[in-house]
Design a protein around this ligand. Sequence first.
Ligand SMILES: [Fe+2]
Length: 371
Amino acid sequence: MTAPGVHPDSGASYQEVPRASAPHVKVHDLALLEFQGPQLQRARAFFTAFGLQTVAGARDTEMFSAEAGAPVAIIYRKAPVASFIGPTFAVRTCAELEQLARATGSPGPVPQDLPGNPPGVLLRDPNGLQVRVAWFADWRALPSCGEAQPLNRGADRPRSNAPLRHPRRPSRVLRLGHMVLGTPRWEATARFYIDNLGLIPSDVQALPDGRPAVAFMRCDRGAEPADHHSFVVARLPVTDIEHAAFEVPDLDEVGMGGAVLQHQGFRRAWGIGRHILGSQIFDYWFGPDGHKFEHFADGDLFDADRPTGYHAMSAAGLAEWAPPLPGAFLRPRLGRREVAQLLRNLFTRSGFGIAELRLMAKAMRSTSLPD
Ligand SMILES: [Fe+2]
């Protein structure tokens, strides 16, 4: 792990991304994501092939669930133009919602416009995204996946007369794991989620001038280990969800899930590989409206004591092993609205202008690897 120091390619000092000393609340997990767009049927076809279950809902709305977590993980509402509406985070108690409402001057807790109308508080992040924090009476614990199949490795050969046969079916999707939010308002956005929700920066990747480019943030569960990241803020020229990720039990579930998606004509964005920061085995797919969705397995868990790691941003630092990174993976999803936003941001003092674009391009050519 790298303490805040100097960037290996430029000698610039890393800017620290400190934790909040007294966050308004410490969320327990990412609960669900809301989208809108014109492709209801496509959304249904993709998310069921991806391994989610459909949940009956209102007219012109498709809802999907995983095995654990909130009773619904994805809500897709019909609308003429595709966009990400926002995330919902979960807290463990209603008392935390009261605390959050008081601290932010927001009404609540009030029933949220979600299945089961859980009590919650509605916030707006610096990008104008809707951020719900809610308490779910029907939150479901992660199930046991049983004992792992024995592996034949070198001289250790426990599996004999027992051929492996995996059925061709969509992945078993356990839970929503994380999302990445791209934004040109990096500093204000990262502070919003850290100070309001108590998220802890696990690892930060920096541009060559030392400013943060990406912060991988986890939920503060104290001594109980949490996913390396539940929410990531990435410095990008357009405000949008960059991808959302769902946990599956193991490598075979990642691989078989990919085979099913491919067979059904969906397009892989990048994978299969293993990340460096977070260590997950990953596989990314393009879903409805060009948003990306990831199957992942075997990610890192950190408790609240682990300090933040600082690293140079680089393409080489994205994976220990994987196929070459396709250009399409890095390009923002560009509808008409996003193109206008991109042009406005690039040519005004937005936090992601030409200077940042050059720094990001330089960073992505770097061969620096995280420790
Ligand atoms: Fe991811």
